[in-house]
Each structure stands twice: as C-alpha cells, then as structure tokens.
Write a protein that binds this ligand. Structure first.
Ligand code: PRP
Length: 509
C-alpha cells in the first residue's frame, strides 16, 4: 500500500495497531467527553491540576477526557479484556497552565493478571519501542517494592512523600537528610539510598535490591522484577520512574528513544485503580505518546553542560576545571556562548541562571548547575545529582524593622519566587496577596507596595542598607548539579564519571 502521504505519527499509529491486533487486542472506541462527576469522584487518579469542562445542551457539566484508562475500567464487566485505543486526552501539563491535546495509543489488559499476562504487556511495550526507533531503552521498576519499604518507614506521610520525591529525582543528598531528620534505622536509610542510586541492567541491580529487602513484600517484588527482566532481556531497572502509588501497585515501566528528552511510553500494573472503581480484577497497560515522537533535542559526542552566567557560574566552572573537565577558551574574554573541549568529551554554554533547568529538562544540555532556589521555584523534571555547596545563601521573609503582621487582612508579599512564597504561606494557612516582581525586591516594602518580601539573603548587606531585616528563613540555598533524565539513561557512564570527578574535586577542596 502507498503510505507516503501519512505523517510519521500516523504511520507509527498504524504499525502499532497492527502489532497489538496480532496479539489479540481489540479496538476500544470511546466518546471524547464524559460527565464531570466521574472524574470529580476519582480526582486523585487524574493527572494534572485541572479538568477541561463544558456544559452540554441538557445543562450537565461534562469533561473533555483527561484519561482513557479510567473510562475503560469503568466499563469493565468482567472476563478477560485485551483493549487497544487510539485517543486524545486533554491535560493542563504546560508550565503556563494551558490545556493540551495529547494523542495516545495504548493497550490495557484487565482480568486475571498472572506472570504470563504481565510479560505479554511488557513485551508489547518493548516491541512498540523497537517499532518507534533504533536506539531505545525500556526501564522497569516496582511500585510494590516501594510500598513495602514505606511499611518499614516509621515517619509521617509527608516525609514518605518527600522520600519518594527524592527517589524520583535521584536525589541521594535529600534522601540522606530526610533519613537523618526522621532518625530512620540504618537498614531503612540504606534501602531508600539504594532506590535513589541504582540504575542499570537487571544483573547488576537485582542483587542490590535483594540485599535491601526488609520484608516479604520487598523480597517478592525484587524476585518479580528479576523474573520479568530475565524473560524480556535487555531492560534496565530504575526506581526514579515509580511515581504514583495510588494508581500503580506492581511493576511500572517507561520507554525512551535516543534523542528525545522525555519518555515516549509509560505504563504499569494498576489494580489499585480497578479496585477503587469498585471492580475486582487485575490490570496492566501502557500508553505511547504520539506527539512526543520525532521531537529530537539533539545529541552530541560531548557531554553538554549548561552553566549559570555570572559569579556563581564562574566558580562552578573552576570546579569543573579542577575536576579535569576544563575548556581553556572559557578563560578568554569574549562574548562567545558555547565552548568545547573535544579531548575531555565536554562542552559548556552559559545561560541565564533561571533558564538552566529549562535547557536541562528539555535535553538541550545533559548536565547543568542551578541554585536550589530556582529548582524549588520551578520544580523542573530533572535529576538532582549533587549538592555542590557553592553559592550558599538563604530564602527569607524580610520586612522593615517595625513590621508587625496585621492578621485581619491578607499579607502583601513581594517576590521573584511566587511559588515558594505561596507554598510557604499555605503551610502556615496565612492568606496572602502575591506581588510578582523581577528585581530590586527590597524596594517594595520601603515604598509601600508590600508588607514583606520573600527573597534571597546572602550577606544581608542589601537588607541592612535599606532598613529591612530577615524575620524567617524559609530554606537554605546552594548550587546543585542536575541532569536530564534521558541523558542519564543513554549516557549513564559519562554522566556518572563527571559527577564522580566533581565530587572528588569538592572533597579535595
Ligand atoms: C539578590 C537578592 C538580594 C541580594 C541579596 O539580588 O535579590 O537583592 O542579592 O544579597 P546580600 O544579602 O548579599 O545583600 P540580585 O543581586 O540577584 O539582583 P536583583 O535585585 O536584580 O534581584
């Protein structure tokens, strides 16, 4: 058949549908919208903060579908279901809170999910990736192993959530700090740290997982991963892909293509969702994101490092230089932005400090250095590999010396960091009026624009000279080494080599 008039996504969609049909998966067609009530009742399972709604001609509030799996499960009437769908979902996923149409093709198996059923779905995921491109990685992890470890973790729910976030960001530093703060036993701390750090083939990772198992649940989850990985061959084990423990309860997996910065396939075992919707069955499935195909963020032989322009960036560059990753041309005075040292396998570029995480998240840089203030404000989807201990300062609430909070009205807060300020005051249940400024924040309370500021204090000089004083410290700040998720996976040894060299240079002062 002549197929040249089809777009890349259409060709792939056709190829995948025929692959799934060959395994007995039947087409499942659904309406684009559903009554909003269904999603409101099951809010915790819906991705994104908002649902796109409209009122139909009968006055009913309807939702543009934010999720396909939930609708398939809702209509499950027993028996063994093998379904394939090709649908759009509507989610507010962008930074600007705009709704996007996301084209997905996916499969769901609902019914009795034994090892063979799980293996079949994972095999289909692997075959799908092979269909999408030559260089691909399929990562598998286990939600039940994390749930098992949570049972052994005697800490508040918020701390367990923070530990999971540390695993999600491969942030061993945060993980260690949390274990210390909540005085967790060494065995529990070591298990969390292992989940933060392990990545690679099953042969290397499974023995490490078996050695940290603290109960039957963790032990059998490690055994299950081992069995699946052995049967599929060529998959990596990773726990940074385990995110949603309300939705998933067993094996989870994500697929990456060489050159694309975000996963193109995502899925897992989701009996939790099925049970929450009042059905008794097991379920496993995945979706391929058709829109993310063909968007290449580029790749080069050298590891690409984004440095923050300015004083901090220069100190960070010196650190890289003393780690053996220097680039002599960077010392010359010029307005060039990109530099490469071919023999050291590294290239650098200067970016505005608050833009560094964007370059890294989107894969235009493999590695970057950003202040923890910026990471906390924007929460980019990157790995945070190391606290460099440079650029230390703190995020404070400051105000004129005479300031007294008038709790009878909202507090007017001027800041460059609206998200940090909002979260801080929301934890205190204090109503605020955010005034988002972009610089010279100290001016705001002096000229009566705000009551307080939330800003960075380094020496305290700026505050003093303007008759202001810090009232509260929200958080300590320092520079962090961050990495793009896909770069970490495709270039693990180069990324880890650079991290290790920087760590050594830091410890040698
Ligand atoms: C930061 C911050 C404070 C100042 C604090 O401003 O916003 O103004 O540094 O440093 P200090 O405690 O050592 O006085 P920055 O220099 O980034 O410029 P900005 O005013 O444009 O935000």
């Amino acid at each position: 058949m002549e197929m040249s008039y089809l777009s890349g996504a259409e060709r792939i969609s056709l190829a995948l549908r025929s692959l799934y049909a060959a395994f007995g998966y039947e087409k499942y067609k659904m309406s684009r919208f559903e009554p909003y009530d269904f999603y409101a009742e099951n809010r915790s399972f819906v991705a994104g903060d908002n649902i796109l709604t409209f009122t139909d001609t009968n006055g009913r509030l309807m939702a543009m579908k934010p999720d396909v799996t939930m609708s398939i499960v809702k209509n499950y009437r027993g028996g063994e279901v093998r379904a394939v769908y090709n649908e759009s979902v509507y989610r507010d996923e962008g930074d600007l809170g705009e709704f996007r149409e996301i084209m997905q093709i996916g499969v769901e198996r609902i019914g009795t999910i034994d090892f063979a059923a799980e293996e079949e779905v994972l095999r289909l995921a692997k075959l799908s990736l092979a269909e999408l491109g030559e260089g691909y990685i399929l990562d598998i992890g286990s939600a039940s192993l994390v749930l098992g470890l949570m049972e052994e973790t005697d800490a508040p729910e918020s701390a367990k959530k923070a530990l999971l976030a540390a695993v999600n960001g491969k942030n061993a530093g945060l993980c260690g700090a949390l274990c210390e703060k909540y005085a967790l036993p060494d065995s529990v701390g070591a298990a969390w740290k292992t989940l933060c750090e392990v990545y690679g083939g099953a042969g290397d990772v499974i023995p490490a997982l078996a050695s940290i198992a603290l109960n039957d649940k963790m032990e059998s989850a490690a055994a299950e991963l081992s069995e699946i990985a052995g049967s599929l061959g060529g998959v990596n084990v990773d726990f940074s892909i385990v995110t949603d423990l309300r939705y998933y309860n067993g094996v989870v997996f994500k697929g990456y293509l060489r050159g694309s910065h975000a996963p193109v396939l995502s899925g897992g075992r989701y009996d939790n969702l099925v049970h929450s919707l009042g059905k008794s069955a097991g379920a496993i499935g995945f979706a391929v994101y058709l829109d993310s195909l063909g968007v290449e963020s580029g790749e080069s032989g050298a590891i690409r490092v984004a440095l923050p322009k300015g004083r901090l960036g220069e100190r960070v560059y010196e650190l890289f230089e003393s780690s053996g990753f220097g680039c002599p041309e960077m010392r010359e005075k010029s307005r060039r932005l990109i530099f490469e040292n071919e023999s050291a396998g590294v290239s650098f570029f200067w970016a505005k400090p608050s833009d560094v995480p964007i370059y890294v998240e989107r894969g235009a840089a493999d590695i970057g250095v950003a202040g923890s203030d910026i990471l906390e404000e924007y929460r980019p989807d990157v790995y945070e590999l190391l606290d460099l201990g440079l650029g230390k300062c703190r995020m404070c609430v400051a105000a004129p010396e005479s300031f007294k909070d008038d709790t009878s009205r909202p507090l007017r807060v001027a800041t460059k960091f609206p998200n940090i300020a909002r979260r801080y005051y929301s934890d205190l249940s204090r109503e605020i009026d955010i005034i988002h400024l972009t610089g010279s924040i100290e001016l705001a309370p002096i000229v009566g624009l705000s009551d307080v500021i939330v800003d960075i204090v380094e020496t305290g000089g700026t505050l003093r000279e303007n008759g202001l004083k810090p009232f509260e410290t929200i958080t300590d700040i320092s520079a962090r080494l961050i990495a793009n998720r896909a770069s970490y996976k495709f270039r693990t040894s180069a990324v880890l080599k650079l991290k290790k060299a920087v760590e050594t240079a830091l410890s040698e002062g």
